[in-house]
Design a protein around this ligand. Sequence first.
Ligand code: PXP
Length: 260
Amino acid sequence: MPETPPLRLGVNVDHVATLRNARVGRNPDPVRAALAAIKAGADGITAHLREDRRHIRDDDMARLKAEISKPLNFEMAATPDMLGIALATRPHAVCLVPERRQELTTEGGLDVIGQRDTLKPFIARLNDGGVRVSLFIAADPRQIEMAAKLGAPVIEIHTGAWCDAVVDGHADKAEVEWQRIVAGSALARSAGLEVHAGHGLDYATAEKIAGLPGIAELNIGYFMIGEALFVGIGETVRAMRAAMDRGRKNLLGPHHAGKA
Ligand code: PXP
């Protein structure tokens, strides 16, 4: 198994834009939040340009690309319109996610098996444009094996089901979901993929998953933006970084038996 990579923190600023859009104004500004997060130690910024533009807007994405000094991870659905915007924006990375208009947030991972014929050339266009592609998928071995065949260098494992079970106190379900993540990340790394994780993470779950040697990046938004209301974005980023560092110090052994 390859060495443990350093663990990066990507801060997702979508919900700063959600708050701004509640009054259709200019404040709070997601770019300002991104700059503050970077100043406090974030390794990158993530933003999701949804087809319905419910939070991040086109000009936010352009300003993020122009103004931040760290890598921009552009989350989007695999549509022709989004491909055009991504290729014009040239972010460091694109994370392809499934999107349904009625959903509250990204529910479930991308079905890379069902969509393989459209995804393969789509990923190739982004690779050719110098954009690093990540596929947001469930920790399902069949999906991971297909992701490895599609030419994307990275997968992001959807941690939502695990985090929900932890927060709801469903310990047995949490353990099942956790073991899926452990096995999925090991499988992905042995297939040569870089492994990221995200969705629903808070301090406790970020600390736990930081102990998984294969994970190279966590992308975290909703919880951190909520915390920032109380303690500020800088303090939230520092606390999250500290939780991740604690987790990394206690790298889990081969069986990862502990419960979250
Ligand atoms: N990663 C991906 C691919 C996502 O779609 C999201 C949600 O936009 C996140 C990470 C962050 O999830 P959360 O906002 O729940 O921390």
